[in-house]
Design a protein around this ligand. Sequence first.
Ligand code: TRP
Length: 349
Amino acid sequence: MPNEGSYAAQLELSDRIHADLPAHPEKYCMLSGDRPTGRLHLGHYFGTLIDRVRMQDMGVRTNVLIADYQVITDRDTTEHIADNVKNMVADYLAIGLDPKKTMIYAHSAVPACNQLMLPFLSLVSEAELQRNPTVKAELEASGHELTGLLLTYPVHQACDILFCKGNIVPVGRDQLPHIELTRTIARRFNKRFAPVFPEPAGLLTSTPLLPGLDGNKMSKSRGNSIEISMTADETAKRIRKSQTDGERLITFDPEGRPGVSALLTTASVCTGRSEVEIAEEIGDAGAGALKAYVTESVNDYFAPIRARREELLKDESYLLDVLAEGNARANEIAEKTLDEVRRAMGMVY
Ligand code: TRP
């Protein structure tokens, strides 16, 4: 047996749950979330959002967190946060999350969830926090100093997952160390006090990682992303400006031709066709023809989502009502869990 924390073991667990989900959706409670630092893009969509909708529609209990407190883990400003949150709710609803089935709520509105931080912090050592590879990578990428919040944000994330007794968390591979820490915290709490929490599993996403248009990691700051909220024209412009190379014959070669290959992968996830098949079809028609095909693929796929999004944004009060309702439900659940936690610790006075 590989040791439990190893990638192989987590992958196996993830595969096993993927296979079991359609048969026993009622066994699972999913928690996932996003930081409202900007608009959601195609990397979010194909990487995780689409899986959330699938699980919701299968009958899994689904919870989606707008991680507003996490915005200040590696930056000093909360500029545009209210607008980002509102747009995030619009994105969620437009892609098919149904607020009757999926609880959509914001971090800052659920004090009892955040209060789990106190007992949870007592269950991890400084060394464990210091060696988290994802925190280290985020620290480097941000160019920011290591704040107490950034150092402890995997613990905060454990609170997010455990307050609603989430047992599956759809994640990219880079998030697995956080899930491992969440499992450790749950295990230690249950052992030290009383069994309250499940040990959640990371569910690795069903789609391959979608690179940005230049082949690097997709991110808003690199200008290499296509956002769900873009218009068809903005999408066309972003794709037109993307960097390719001088070779006319289109081939799929992520190492050697990152720009061309990222375009092929973008078209592939939108059409369900393979990169090689698309490359062969375009052949020596060149980057212009490829870009035209990618633009059409993205815009066709997102046209209905974008139309719904626009409709939703006409009624801001509805979006805020959806959030308020999710917040109220999250508070009920969090207070109940916090009660169990206090009881487990004998804090009943
Ligand atoms: N860290 C995630 C992000 O950067 C957001 C998030 C916060 C999250 N809490 C979570 C994801 C709990 C999964 C589970 O987008």
